[in-house]
Design a protein around this ligand. Sequence first.
Ligand code: FPP
Length: 251
Amino acid sequence: MAKSKSIEHVAIIMDGNGRWAAERAHRRVWGHIRGSNVVNDIVEAADEMGCKALTLYAFSTENFSRPQEEITTLFRLLKKFIKRERKRVMEKNLRFKIIGDISALPEDTQKLISSLERDSMVNKGMWLNFAFSYGGRVEIIDAINSFIEKNPGEQITEESFAANLYNPEAGDVDLMIRTGGDQRISNFLLWQVAYGELYFTPNKWPEFTKEEFYQIFEKVSGRERRFGSVAADLDYDQTSAQAKLNKELLK
Ligand code: FPP
C-alpha cells in the first residue's frame, strides 16, 4: 500500500559556492563565506517546518584535496559558526552534532564542537548535523566495525547496522536537496537516503533562500512515496479482454 510519510529528515548538499564566487569575479573562498551566511536561514526554515533533523554537507573527505586556503577557510567557518551560534542553538532547543572525522581539525575547534555537542544533548528539538570531513562509504564501514567490536561473532541486521551510524537518532533521509545544478549524491548519507526523495535545484548555495526551501518542501510533500510497494488495481476488471490477455501471457 502507498504510504505517506512526513518529511522529518532533510539533508542538503550545499554546492555551487565556488562557481557563484567566480561568476562575480571573486575567489572561491568568498563563495564559502557567503554560503555560510545562508546556513542560519535554512536551519530556521527546517525548524519552522517541523523537521526532526537537518544534515548539512559542509566538508567531504574528498575536499581534503582542495587548495590549502580553501580547506583552512572551511575549517574557520565551522569554528566561527559554532562560536557565533552556540547561544541560538541552545535557545532554539537544537541538538548539535558533527558527523565525520574531526581529528584533522584544529584542537580548539574540536573542543568547541565537543562542548556544544555535550551541552546541546539535553535539548529535545531538531538535530542540526554538520557532515564535516565526512564520507558515506566510510560511515558504512565504521558502522560495521563498530557493530563487530561490540558484538563479536554475531550477524549484523539492518536495525543493528543503522544503530551504529554516526547519528542513529537522525534516522532515514526523507528529502535530499542539492543546490548548484549537478545531479549526484556525492557519497552523502548513502545508507540513509535509500528511500529519500531527491531534489536538484540549479540555484547555487549562496543564492539559496528560505522561500525556495519552503517551495521544495511543499512540492515534495505532495509526492507519493511508495517505498517499493504499490496499491492494488482496485478498478481492475477480471473479465476484461486485458485481464484475459494477461492471464494468457502468464501461463
Ligand atoms: C561545495 O561548493 C561546497 C563546499 C565544499 C562547502 C560547503 C560549505 C559551506 C556552504 C559553508 C560551511 C558553513 C559552515 C557553517 C561550516 P563548491 O565549492 O564545490 O562549489 P563549486 O561546485 O561551484 O566549485
